[in-house]
Design a protein around this ligand. Structure first.
Ligand code: SF4
Length: 281
């Protein structure tokens, strides 16, 4: 069997940087505790691999005496404005792996708030990135649908920022409502191309293969979207978290495409590619 990899697949730049920072910190000082503020990646295998290096996950609401003398890695989603200071007060060295794109959104929120504007964030209310950006603009509204945009009662100019991973069409529909209802609306161009690049590369791949394997966590939204795109294109497709989940049918084709979500580590992609190439899970 020939395994054809998508031109772009797996870890995005922001997640790769955060994982590298945590791993390097753990390797540099093996006796020093290394914590990450929430899981660095939505992928159980990646979190387990970091745990093998001694990297432990800590909730943003559970900063306490355990941080004394430790290293705390802020993940690519970012953290609330006050979190880094609190961690330093507790004796941690803070490694900030917030993705530069998320930092840009945080700065934009702070800038809108400093101008006295109403701030609207478009994304998932409980998502770490949104929580972190909202902390830079107290009182910011977080919405995810056009109906919520219709129901918003805001005064004066409005600054709008999208979650980096939101679908462009969804953002545009919400912006349309806000622009119709408010005289001054300034929208940040904050959507990250990483998800679109993986979708585009999958589109190219679909034309060259007979079936597709999508690798990534079952709770990873962007991996799920890749899988649905492959199914909608009418090709046999499977979403697996690792080689052990490859079904026997996947080995019956001559050319199988391989793609992976932005939170899937390289070693898991390689494991699946090797299993397909040798003809068994
Ligand atoms: S998806 Fe984009 S914004 Fe989010 S961490 Fe990756 S590179 Fe950064």
């Amino acid at each position: 069997m020939i395994v054809v990899r998508a031109r772009v697949l797996g870890f995005c730049a922001g997640v790769r940087r955060a994982v590298d920072m945590a791993r390097s910190a753990a390797l540099a000082e093996p006796d020093r505790p290394v914590f990450t503020l929430g899981p660095l990646v939505h992928n159980a295998r990646a979190v387990a691999s970091l745990a093998e290096h001694g990297v432990k996950v800590l909730g943003e609401d559970s900063l306490d005496a355990r941080l004394a003398g430790s290293v705390l890695v802020i993940r690519s989603h970012g953290a609330r404005a006050e979190t880094a200071e609190r961690a330093k007060e507790l004796g941690a060295t803070v490694l900030d792996a917030t993705c530069p794109r998320v930092v840009a959104s945080q700065r934009r929120a702070a800038d809108f708030a400093a101008r006295g504007w109403s701030v609207v964030l478009v994304g998932d209310k409980g998502h770490g990135e949104m929580v972190a950006v909202a902390s830079r603009a107290p009182g910011a509204a977080v919405i995810s649908t056009a109906a919520e945009a219709e129901a918003l009662e805001l005064a004066g100019p409005i600054g709008v920022i999208a979650q980096t991973t939101i679908k462009k069409e969804e953002y545009e529909a919400i912006l349309e409502v806000l622009s119709r209802r408010h005289a001054v609306v300034e929208a940040a161009d904050s959507i990250c191309p990483a998800t679109l690049e993986r979708q585009g590369a999958l589109g190219e791949l679909l034309r060259r293969v007979e079936a597709v394997v999508v690798v990534g966590g079952k709770d990873s939204a962007n991996t799920g979207r890749l899988y649905r795109s492959a199914v909608e294109a009418g090709l046999p497709a499977w979403h697996v978290e690792g080689a052990a989940e490859l079904p026997p049918e996947a080995f019956r084709f001559e050319r199988v495409g391989l793609t992976a979500g932005a939170s899937t580590p390289d070693e898991v992609v390689d494991e699946v590619a090797e299993a397909l190439a040798r003809g068994k899970a």
